[in-house]
Design a protein. Structure first.
Length: 157
């Protein structure tokens, strides 16, 4: 028995990508954004096909992603929520996560989740270009791959 296997590629040529970036913990989110944009260009996304939108914090990522999604083949959501002494971290992290998941399902546009949820600032720095790599770059790869996969699936309809 033979099965057809579909997989997305890392060819960003012609893809329209939205990048929604939280300004809260900007030192971290700017590094993640740089990693994402460098990777998008590396894989062939044209600068004029990339739209960057800035929002105040991670809580606001879903509403901006929802507004941007219809114009895009994929969206990258970038934020950094660092645990503090109150439960605020839990509410913001859950709201961003659940909200972005819902946006992706409602719009059929893949949302690459690049919202760091760390226990301290060092863990965030490690993931924004430090010893754990740059999660913004990884999210850009996910966005490109999923956008290409969804194109294949739509072409089969």
């Amino acid at each position: 028995m033979s099965y057809k296997t579909l997989a997305g590629s890392l060819d960003g040529t012609g893809l329209r990508i939205g990048v929604v970036v939280s300004r809260f913990n900007e030192f971290i989110t700017e590094a993640l954004q740089k990693g994402a944009l460098d990777t998008l260009r590396k894989y062939g996304c044209a600068a004029n096909d990339i739209t960057v939108v800035k929002v105040p914090g991670a809580w606001e990522l879903p509403i901006a992603a929802k507004a941007l999604a219809p114009q895009c083949d994929a969206v990258i959501a970038i934020g950094a929520v660092v645990r503090g002494d109150t439960p605020h971290f839990d509410y913001v992290a859950a709201g961003a996560s659940n909200g972005l998941s819902n946006v992706s399902l409602q719009t059929n546009v893949p949302i690459a989740f690049c919202v760091l949820t760390t226990n301290d600032m060092q863990q965030a720095m490690d993931r924004a270009g430090g010893k754990a790599g740059n999660k913004g770059s990884e999210a850009a790869e996910v966005a490109i791959e999923l956008a290409n996969l969804l194109r294949q699936l739509k072409d089969r309809s």
